[in-house]
Design a protein around this ligand. Structure first.
Ligand SMILES: *Cc1c(COP(=O)(O)O)cnc(C)c1O
Length: 371
């Protein structure tokens, strides 16, 4: 017989109670007005027209989607030169990041990520009861030596986003290789390339090659950023068959939708859209960063970015919070990050030329008013 009930409601596991829910980028002002969203790193060019058209040809919606995402994995394999058996698809790469932590870490284990890393890693580690271990940064970037110094017998997984969100920082191929080479073979190295397509092909960080050659590397990618399919929730991961097999055991059975499959395949076939998006981003980001650098006298400092956003540090009279609020008054949502220990930082997605001009004009106006 069960002892008499003393609790008034079910009690969550302490490691679940310790989680701070993910905070998404805002799309409304404090007063409810809709804002132009430069707060979630979405593609300002929208979605490939071919992918939009493909939605109409998706499998009928009363039918369950293909549980194995076969057509999508085959197309991914073709585009990236990977055996489809080494690919698993997910409801966004967020699902796969969580599954990776869950498959390899539990109570008593440690999961390492860097300070100012992607906030999902903290949730992914905690939800399976593992202990998050945060490596110090090197001027907001990933410090390979500081991270390696934290590897212990308890370390089960290391999560790195490259380029990283929210900083935009990027570790070149040699540093990724050095980090991997120094990790014990039984530590899972999760390399999150959500912004990988924004990096020029010649500057590729070598993650896919590591995932192809080693048993402990999982590379994750997404259709949410350069492919402009954030609303469809499609991500994928590649690695050794034993890693893929573990994720397949615990993923949800029908985790990618019919429209997701159809749009994902069509988006992969339209690489012109990807190139156009990357070129737009590179040109606008360079112009934006140069203009922010010209505001150094007002204490604004853009961090170097290889992604589709720039993190600006506010070290003068104009604060990040005031800039965030002032830009909202001018119609734009940006990402202020006090919850990620960046109360002095504002992350701004690279939008259209007009949007970036508006942001720059707003920042200048606010900074000059305080000078
Ligand atoms: C946006 C983002 C993702 C992608 O999330 P999805 O679930 O695929 O939409 C993953 N990692 C990082 C670092 C991101 O910024």
């Amino acid at each position: 017989m069960r002892a008499p009930v003393t609790k008034k409601h079910p009690i969550a596991k302490p490691w679940i109670e310790a989680i701070h829910a993910y905070v998404p980028g805002k799309s409304k002002a404090a007063d409810g007005r809709p804002l132009t969203k430069l707060s979630a790193n979405e593609n300002p060019l929208g979605t490939s027209p071919a992918a939009l058209a493909a939605a109409a040809d998706a499998k009928p919606t009363f039918l369950y989607p293909d549980p194995d995402s076969i057509a999508l994995r085959e197309k991914l394999g073709e585009v990236h030169g990977i055996d489809p058996a080494r690919i698993v698809c997910g409801a966004g790469s967020d699902e796969l990041l969580n599954l990776a932590a869950q498959a390899y870490a539990g109570p008593g284990d440690e999961v390492i990520y860097v300070r100012y890393g992607f906030s999902v890693y903290d949730i992914a580690a905690r939800r399976c009861g593992a202990t998050p271990v945060v490596a110090p940064d090197a001027d907001y970037g990933t410090d390979v030596d500081a991270l390696l110094a934290l590897v212990t017998d308890k370390t089960r997984a290391v999560f790195i986003a490259n380029p990283n969100n929210p900083t935009g920082s990027f570790l070149p191929r040699g540093e990724i290789a050095r980090l991997h080479a120094a990790l014990p073979g039984d530590v899972l190295f999760v390399l999150d390339q959500a912004y990988g397509e924004y990096v020029a092909p010649e500057d590729d960080d070598g993650g896919m090659a590591l995932a192809a050659a080693h048993g402990n590397v999982l590379v994750t990618r997404t259709f949410s950023k350069i492919y402009g399919l954030a609303g469809q929730r499609i991500g994928w991961a590649t690695g050794a068959p034993h890693l893929i097999s573990m994720l397949n055991r615990i993923r949800l059975p029908f985790n990618v939708t019919n429209t997701g499959h159809a749009m994902g395949v069509a988006a992969l076939e339209d690489q012109d859209f990807v190139v156009r998006s990357r070129e737009h981003n590179r040109a606008e980001r360079a112009r934006f960063v140069a203009a922010i650098e010209a505001m150094a006298n007002h204490g604004l400092r853009p961090l170097p970015s290889e992604a589709n956003f720039v993190l600006i540090l506010f070290e003068g009279a104009l604060t990040a919070e005031a800039a965030h609020d002032g830009l909202a008054q001018r119609g734009y949502a940006t990402r202020w990050l006090p919850g990620q220990a960046l109360p002095h930082g504002l992350r701004i997605t690279i939008g259209t030329s007009q949007q970036m001009d508006d942001i720059l004009a707003g920042l200048r106006e606010m900074a000059e008013a305080l000078a």
